[in-house]
Design a protein. Structure first.
Length: 198
């Protein structure tokens, strides 16, 4: 397989200039071994290194960038992405595949999305979340659907994993409610029956 990918890279770079091939490394696998190969290759070239990978997760992304990769291209996107990645890194940009970027970069979640996701992580059902937040189940589903789209996940399990995975997860900090959000929510909370004005 590696020879096949290297042959594809050679074919794509055939007219790209003399230093293009030395700036591209195919690095199969995962973990520290791949990061060490990237670090060694980055030390050999003066121009920014573009690394071609079969797959990539958030932890691996951080390791490869720390090792010296300035561009990452998935094998599945090789034909469309390799030459643009070389050009972008030569111009000083860092290139990360969109699917990986969406999993790694902290999306901006609304106050309600943070609340509902936090309760999902705690294992509450939609009905339990609705009761605690004084919302309808339909509203909870809407907030979760929006949050799932922002996180690039399709289920409660995937959302929980995306937040809690210590290696490649977003971390529970993504659920942090700012003081401003808290002030706004206090003013917007519904009054419970029996509460008087005052």
């Amino acid at each position: 397989m590696a020879a096949g990918i290297d042959d594809q890279i050679d074919a794509l770079l055939s007219g790209a200039g003399p230093d293009a091939r030395e700036r591209v490394l195919y690095a199969p696998g995962f973990g520290a071994g791949r990061a060490a190969a990237v670090e060694a290759a980055a030390g050999r070239v003066a121009a920014p290194l573009v690394v071609v990978v079969d797959a990539l997760d958030g932890g691996d992304l951080r390791r490869l960038v720390a090792a010296g990769a300035r561009g990452l291209v998935l094998v599945s996107e090789l034909e469309a992405a390799l030459l643009p990645a070389l050009a972008a890194t030569a111009a000083g940009s860092v290139v990360i595949p969109a699917p990986v970027y969406l999993r790694v970069v902290r999306p901006a979640l609304s106050f309600r999305e943070k609340q509902t996701l936090g309760m999902v992580v705690l294992g509450l059902s939609n009905a339990e979340i609705a009761a605690k937040l004084y919302l309808t189940e339909s509203a909870v589903k809407t907030h979760l659907s929006n949050a799932f789209a922002k996180l690039g996940v399709r289920s409660r399990r995937e959302a929980t994993a995306a937040i809690l995975d210590p290696e490649s997860g977003l971390g529970t900090g993504i659920l942090e409610i700012t003081p401003e959000e808290e002030r706004i929510s206090v003013r917007a909370r519904p009054r419970r029956s029996g509460q008087g004005r005052g």
